[in-house]
Design a protein around this ligand. Sequence first.
Ligand SMILES: Cc1cc2nc3c(=O)[nH]c(=O)nc-3n(C[C@H](O)[C@H](O)[C@H](O)COP(=O)(O)O)c2cc1C
Length: 243
Amino acid sequence: MHEGANAVLTGEMVRAGRAIARIEQTELANAAGLSLDTIKRLERLRGVVNANPTTLAMLRRAFHAHGVHFRIDEDGRSCVFLETTGGDRRVDRIEEPGPEPMRICRAVYYSWATPETVRDAPGVLDDILQAAVALNGRLGVTGALLMANGFFVQALEGPPPAVWEVLGGIAMDRRHQSFTPVDRIEVAERRFARWIMCGIGAARAADLAAFDPRGLDGAGAVELLSRLSAAEDSALGEPHATS
Ligand SMILES: Cc1cc2nc3c(=O)[nH]c(=O)nc-3n(C[C@H](O)[C@H](O)[C@H](O)COP(=O)(O)O)c2cc1C
């Protein structure tokens, strides 16, 4: 059990969490400070909950207040736990089957950098890449991250549980907002196999000064990131991270 690993929330996990906490949708909505319609919408979703980080944080807090925690276990499964008094946390456990077993999946999202992040763009990108070298390297995740015109676009590839674990942390990161999943698919092979995380900042994306990712689909995003990372790919060797 990775205690530090925040499982990405799925609609199924929200339903399961409410079931083991034995609370109604209205009660969850009130506890989270969200509308009943939002809770209903999230619970109808199949797969990863597509909500902004603030909504997700409010939802997690409300679940925590009811003793419900979402974790990724050692087999990479997303689990819903109910905490008890007396130190025994593991009373009730619902294992989500999650997506079909996939060899490698690729997740793509875009987000807005906060104004503070934009002000210190090169420094932030460096910090992110340092974190990526440590975590992605350990989990076997590869990918590319573009920061241009105040937007981030990132592709992450790897075993699905690993990609979910990394994404869970990224979605909660306060250095960006409006985290918007674009795609999550099974792939036959990695497109960014040479990169733990290829960081592409303003200096290398000069032609993207007016860049806006909102019209991008998964394939378009991967093509763009592939083109930019190929330009970086002159140095052969071990997988690496760069900015
Ligand atoms: C746009 C963006 C992309 C990120 N990409 C990664 C990544 O690929 N791998 C990673 O470990 N952290 C990434 N991070 C940083 C994580 O959100 C987090 O700060 C980092 O994993 C350290 O987490 P910790 O403080 O909980 O240890 C990214 C952050 C942002 C804002």
